[in-house]
Design a protein around this ligand. Structure first.
Ligand SMILES: [Zn+2]
Length: 548
């Protein structure tokens, strides 16, 4: 077998006639030693543990404990922290020229030393993640192809927004591991929404048992437990070299909020939210948000969210974008900026196309933050919705052109959960391609990344697709699916990939049902046990069951 993937010069070969430098490394027990710097960063240490765990879990091979007896040495680090990396980089121009968070992988079949070099901690982690996807895991043997890859991300903000309580937050250990796995896909930020409407107050520690907050979610935990959970996840993210993001709805309030400050009810928004036009309400909202911000600090990215939920339909707040919304957003941004000048503060415009919000008044907001002198110093840019099937959050081409014309930085808030949602793993290539076209319709100079909105574990493939686009927005969906199948189905990648194609919501094959059952049965009988130990297997099986 001989195949080439021209990424940035990736070459693989197993043919004996190939030069030795292009041959696969075959690694057995205690033959590979990971050489970190003398003072490795927490990210370098953690990613090495993850690498060792994955290799052992899948092949049974353990890493060498010392350098002297090892047959191969994998050198991991950055130019700034690792002398050996620095020396290696001195003779390779592409390494010294790596963009922010980029990585280089150098595996030469003729040499015993392998390199994964990152421009930063996040780059080291993404580089090891890429190496894990290129490795081939056999019983008692790890194979690493000859590789020369240098890649740097196109966009600086490559986040994930994990939302739904019951799906994510009921499994904190799995969330911790998931955050780390997202980092291996090149993710460098994790975002959560702290919804005050879910709790009686900031201080209250009483156990709850009510349907509350937006969407009437069953919640049993007080605010303090949520804050502890978020701190824990942020810590996990930071250890991987990731940023922390916090999303807050601008006029959110606790369930015991002062009645005289409350909103005139609006679509879907809990009644406890405050109206920015009532005396004292703006001060109260800022004080509450400051309290949460400080409790979760340090926060790298703060996101001011306008609606769904949020808003007020009183006369004084109308139209919401330039009225009530900006009445809170401006002083809130000022306050957050004063507390933490390094925090990026983004203004989201989700759902502002709704007639309740003045229909097109969001354009006036964009105008005022574009060319007038009203733009505050802290304004990082607009977070724009990416939800082509959503009546009020979707962006038409004319609207996207409006943002391009405003010449302000942009990030995206893509909906990857709601559309075509069903039990089991989501595969929806046509929809994802529509999102990709939207992403690429924005001025690449302005587009800085974003965080896809994931409601369930089953968006895992969509997450990988989006994270890949933040690195390279032109990467074909099919290429990411190939990588995904290779990573999660191992030696059965080909059948796994075929199954994903069959499970695709746009697949019209008349014999689809039968083919799905046959392919699943084949995989069930042939995949190694480690495939089934991964929670993704359950999602894939659930997808197949829909076709019984
Ligand atoms: Zn109002």
């Amino acid at each position: 077998m001989l195949w080439f993937t021209v990424d940035v010069g990736l070459i693989m070969a197993e043919d004996a006639k190939e030069p030795q430098s292009m041959r696969m490394l075959n690694i057995g027990d205690a033959e590979l030693f990971v050489e970190l710097s003398k003072a490795p960063s927490p990210a370098e240490k953690r990613v090495t543990e993850l690498l060792a765990e994955r290799i052992k879990d899948r092949t049974g091979v353990v890493l060498a404990q010392s350098s002297d007896k090892a047959k191969f040495r994998l050198v991991i680090g950055t130019v700034a922290t690792h002398d050996k990396v620095k020396a290696f980089a001195a003779i390779r121009k592409e390494i010294s020229e790596l963009g922010p968070d980029g990585y280089c992988i150098a595996v030469d079949g003729g040499k015993s030393e392998l390199y994964v070099i990152g421009q930063s901690d996040s780059g080291v982690v993404a580089g090891i993640g890429r190496l894990m996807r290129e490795m081939r895991y056999e019983e008692d043997q790890l194979d690493i192809p000859a590789l020369q890859i240098c890649e740097a991300p196109q966009m600086p903000n490559r986040g994930m927004y994990l939302w739904a309580r019951k799906h994510f937050f009921g499994k904190p250990d799995q969330v911790d591991r998931y955050i780390e796995e997202l980092a291996l896909w090149g993710c460098n930020g994790i975002c959560f929404w702290f919804e005050m409407g879910m709790f009686n107050s900031f201080e209250s520690t009483e156990k709850l048992n009510a349907n509350m907050g937006y969407g009437n979610h069953k919640n049993t935990l007080p605010a303090s437990d949520y804050l502890n959970m978020y701190r824990r996840f942020y810590k996990t993210a930071r250890r991987m070299g990731m940023k922390t993001g916090l999303l807050m709805v601008v006029n959110d309030a606790y369930r015991t909020s002062p009645k005289e400050m409350r909103i005139k009810p609006i679509i879907g928004t809990p009644n406890c939210y405050l109206c920015p036009s009532k005396p004292g309400a703006v001060e109260q909202m800022i004080a509450w948000q400051e309290e949460v911000f400080k409790a979760l600090a340090p926060i790298d990215i703060f996101n001011i969210f306008p609606a769904d939920p949020g808003g007020c339909s009183c006369k004084e707040c109308d139209p919401w974008p330039t009225g009530g919304f900006w009445k809170v957003a401006k002083p809130l941004g000022d306050r957050i900026h004063a507390i933490s000048p390094k925090t990026e503060i983004w203004v989201d415009t989700w759902h502002l196309n709704h007639p309740t919000f003045g229909g097109k008044d969001w354009k006036h907001l964009v105008d005022s933050l574009d060319w007038s002198k009203e733009r505050p110093e802290w304004f990082a840019g607009f977070e724009v919705a990416m939800a082509p099937h959503h009546k009020y959050a979707g962006m038409g081409s004319e609207e996207r052109a409006y943002y391009n014309k405003a010449k302000q930085p942009l990030t995206v808030f893509p909906d990857i959960s709601m559309w075509g949602n069903h039990r089991g793993m989501l595969v929806n290539q046509n929809y994802w391609k529509a999102l990709q076209a939207e992403l690429n319709s924005y001025d690449p100079e302005l587009m800085k990344g974003g965080w896809p909105y994931a409601e369930h574990w089953n968006t895992d493939i969509a997450n990988a697709v989006f994270l890949s686009w933040f690195w390279n927005s032109k990467k074909p969906v099919g290429t990411v699916l190939d990588e995904y199948a290779a990573l999660y189905f191992g030696p059965e990648a080909k059948s796994g990939r075929a199954l994903l194609e069959l499970l695709d919501d746009s697949n019209k094959d008349p014999n689809r049902k039968q083919k799905i059952q046959e392919t699943l049965a084949k995989l069930d009988a042939s995949v190694p046990e480690w495939v089934k130990r991964d929670w993704r297997w359950g999602e894939i099986v659930a997808s197949c069951r829909r076709f019984k």
